[in-house]
Design a protein around this ligand. Structure first.
Ligand SMILES: *Cc1c(COP(=O)(O)O)cnc(C)c1O
Length: 353
């Protein structure tokens, strides 16, 4: 740390992204990316737009917003596009929380939430997940604080029902409830349908997981127009050109190619169930995930050891050192061939080979 770093931020512990190693070619099952390439039309759209990179991008993301609002059946004023959904989440922390408006979230969830809280000087409280690693909706009913919940949650993959989400939103009318739907396309119920009814609800989403654009950085927020206007105030006060030209073109093409991506999601869900069954047959405890990853522990091999052994064999999964989940690993669901390679190596490790 330099002597110039401000006192206010000197204690900040930055978010640790999953590793993107360059030492060898791994089967990458550690950061929940799609195993499928973007569609041809998305690649072509980004290439065409490269010729116009000398011009700033459109801060209103006009064609992308039109295509998107049509697909989701919402008004353009109810939508903000951002540089990944991490950006809309940070905007929301900045816009709606401060020392007098604290925020709560589960103790085991997306690692960025406590980072955004500390970055913005926001007091926060972590509410423990239930024994079975699910979010207990009762813990959030009428809590009277801002709330952020990933649904499905990460790294567990467990989702709340839409009815439970609605009870949480309805019982906290004076607080903003953020539902982070990064993984919703893999089998959970979306809360977007609740937006017309609740002025305190913000739903966030991303093109990184289900739409094969993690490297392009494209996320979004959906809420009633007043909340979106506040988020735009933050956006225009930090970076009006937050979505670059190539990403905007790619995102619009991806929306038009929706069937391709939803079909990929279906394949991932099938591979998830296949992998879950095989892990269970090997004695693993696997949480009931409706996301594009599985969270699993083996009674026979320590979580960190399994992670290190697989890494040595060219397969990357994600291990977290937090006490309550340190025997688990989060495994991104890839292609069937990737899952078979993973399972073969796990069998070897369990046999001591
Ligand atoms: C991956 C992820 C995000 C954000 O991803 P972006 O690439 O920034 O869109 C947000 N929330 C959760 C829970 C995630 O896992």
């Amino acid at each position: 740390m330099s002597r110039f770093f401000t006192e206010r931020l000197s204690k900040l512990e930055a978010y640790t992204p999953g590793e993107q190693p360059k030492d060898m070619k791994y089967i990458k099952l550690n950061t929940n990316e799609s195993p499928f390439a973007p569609s041809e039309s998305v690649i072509a759209a980004a290439e065409r737009e490269a010729h116009r990179l000398m011009l700033y991008s459109d801060p209103e993301c006009t064609p992308l917003v039109s295509a998107f609002s049509e697909l989701y059946g919402i008004d353009k004023s109810e939508l903000i596009m951002t540089n990944g959904s991490d950006e809309v989440l940070n905007f929301a922390f900045m816009a709606f929380s401060d020392t007098s408006r604290p925020i709560v979230f589960p103790d085991i969830t997306y690692g960025f939430y406590p980072v955004f809280a500390r970055l913005n000087g926001i007091p926060y409280e972590e509410i423990p997940l239930s024994e079975d690693f699910s979010v207990n909706p009762e813990d959030y009913i009428g809590i009277g604080k801002n709330i952020v919940i990933a649904n499905p949650n990460a790294p567990t993959g467990i989702a709340l029902s839409l009815a439970d989400i609605e009870r949480i939103v309805a019982s906290n009318p004076d607080n903003v409830v953020i539902i982070d739907e990064a993984y919703v396309d893999f089998g959970a119920e979306s809360a977007v349908a609740l937006v017309p009814k609740y002025p305190n609800l913000l739903v966030t989403g991303t093109f990184s997981k289900s739409r094969s654009l993690a490297g392009a950085r494209l996320g979004f927020g959906i809420a009633q127009r007043e909340l979106i206007a506040d988020l735009n105030t933050i956006k225009y006060s930090t970076n009006p050109y937050n979505v670059n030209r190539m990403t905007m073109a790619a995102g619009e093409a991806a929306i038009r190619d929706n069937a391709y991506y939803m079909n990929n999601c279906k394949t991932v869900m099938e591979n998830r169930e296949y992998t879950r069954d095989r892990l269970c047959a090997l004695g693993f405890r696997v949480l009931p995930s409706v996301a594009n990853f599985l969270f699993a522990e083996s009674p026979d091999v320590d979580g960190e050891k399994l992670y290190l052994e697989l890494r040595r064999r060219g397969i990357l999964i994600r291990h977290f050192s937090k006490e309550r989940i340190k025997n688990f690993n989060r495994i991104t669901v890839g292609t069937r061939a990737e899952m078979d390679a993973l399972l073969a190596q796990i069998e070897n490790i369990l046999k001591g080979n």
